[in-house]
Design a protein around this ligand. Structure first.
Ligand SMILES: [Zn+2]
Length: 230
């Protein structure tokens, strides 16, 4: 099997076609509540054998996942929170990357790590307790903390680890200020002013002139309305 990621995605009825291998095309389908990465059979284009649901964000998560995934040696992509079908994919040369190909829970987290979707997700409890106790032990060296504070600190550290990983994935697709402005425009057109606000702010922080001007106008208008009411 040879996987080929297109330089230029192809627009199709369901969304975008991003790549292919001998058997499947790799497609991003925007859905109502998520973006879906789908491996669609070339022989029977009306079925898809594998699929994963990602957070809905204009396909950015799907594109980032596909950018770092090697389907030839790695079973499933990273960053999804639900499989769209029951099938669990196995890469043809999975033996070459055993660390990556550890078992995952239904939310896509490794069974020997913490589930990023459901804290009560069934998994290897013994191993989790061990990790957590180790964090608690390290924190207790500081002394003077109550059990509750130590526990909170351990939880904070776990969370920081997830955030580092998610951030890394996100940064793999870092945008230029002009691209951020374009994203803000598109989100505004698709989802309205409120949803677009954070994207305009990101573009402004990155130094995009139009975004800065836009926010100045919006803020002035809001201040005027406030004055009229006051
Ligand atoms: Zn889980």
């Amino acid at each position: 099997m040879t996987f080929h990621r297109y330089d230029e995605p192809e627009v199709i009825e369901e969304g975008l076609r991003l790549g292919e291998d001998d058997e499947f095309t790799y497609e991003c389908w925007p859905q109502m509540y998520n973006d879906r990465l789908v491996l669609r059979s070339k022989k029977d284009p009306y079925t898809y054998e594998y699929g994963w649901c990602f957070p809905k964000q204009l396909g950015v998560a799907v594109a980032a996942a596909l950018a770092v995934w090697n389907p030839e040696t790695q079973d499933e992509p990273v960053g999804w929170h639900k499989r769209a079908v029951q099938n669990i994919r196995r890469a043809p040369r999975r033996d070459e990357d055993p660390a990556y190909n550890r078992e995952r829970c239904v939310h896509g987290s490794y069974m020997d790590a913490y589930c990023t979707v459901d804290l009560h997700c069934p998994r290897d409890r013994a191993r989790m307790t061990e990790d957590f106790d180790e964090l608690l032990r390290r924190n207790s060296l500081g002394g003077g903390l109550t059990e509750e504070q130590k526990r909170a600190e351990a939880e904070r550290q776990q969370r920081a680890e997830w955030i580092r990983e998610i951030r890394e994935l996100h940064l793999l697709l870092e945008h230029t200020p002009a691209q951020l402005r374009r994203i803000a425009e598109i989100v505004e057109a698709l989802e309205g002013d409120a949803a677009a606000r954070e994207h305009w702010e990101r573009a402004a922080r990155a130094g995009n002139r139009d975004a800065k001007d836009y926010l100045t106008v919006v803020n002035e208008e809001a201040a005027e309305k406030e004055e009229e009411r006051g």
